[in-house]
Design a protein around this ligand. Sequence first.
Ligand code: NAI
Length: 246
Amino acid sequence: MRLKDKVAIVTGASRGIGAAIARKFCEAGASVMLCSRSAASVAGVAEALVREGWNAKSAQADISDEADVEALRDLTLEEFSRIDILVNNAGINRDALFLRMKSEDWNAVLQTNLTGTAYCMRTVIRPMMRQRSGRIINITSVVGLTGNVGQANYAASKAGIIGLTKSIAKEVSSRGITVNAIAPGFITTDMTAKLSEADSQRMLELIPLGVFGTPEDVAEVALFLASDAAGYITGQVIQVDGGMVM
Ligand code: NAI
């Protein structure tokens, strides 16, 4: 059990990549607090894990709201007494060409993806410092490395997460806390289901391994980064993209 006795928070765990990471961590022996904006949908995922014998709880929390994030930390400490691992997975996209992008869509994506990730990090770092250990894993995107037409807000938020990851990795390394990011390419989830058949086909042609990724592909790397095996890795961005960006 690679995460035996560890306590993890996974944001955006009601479906897709977050739900797969929560399951993977449970199967590795961790106690997991799953959160998302919708209480009912994240509760369903946590209840299914509990029925299988795993230790999981859920909470409604909007990561773009600092009070919600603090309440999530408090609830996790109340339920599980410590926080060893934070996975900042929750994220949204509101795509449009830059000149047509509404300010509210710019703000919503930056506030959720970048500021929400920063709130979650700042909130858990204090208890992690007291423990003198912790693992923070931020889910960015290859788009944060390359940019993408129609995704200026999303790409800026994901590039920001990379800068945040490296800065905080440097600030907290002396306290035994590692901070890394995973940059997925094209992973089959609700987020990518919005793409047209033609766009999906074009995307597939850009992937040397010739298939789309699965949420489990990302969850495996998150498990590695959360485990003792990754103790000497910090400030890194690991791509899970089938070779799409080299
Ligand atoms: P998804 O749309 O299927 O799931 C997103 C999850 O985040 C849901 O549980 C949703 O309720 C939650 N969420 C959204 N806003 C939230 C908020 N303000 N507070 C709390 N929870 C919130 O997305 P998917 O595909 O599973 O993506 C997960 C992460 O991976 C996102 O950060 C996304 O940007 C990133 N990513 C996804 C890729 C893909 O191809 N699917 C590629 C690269 C990155």
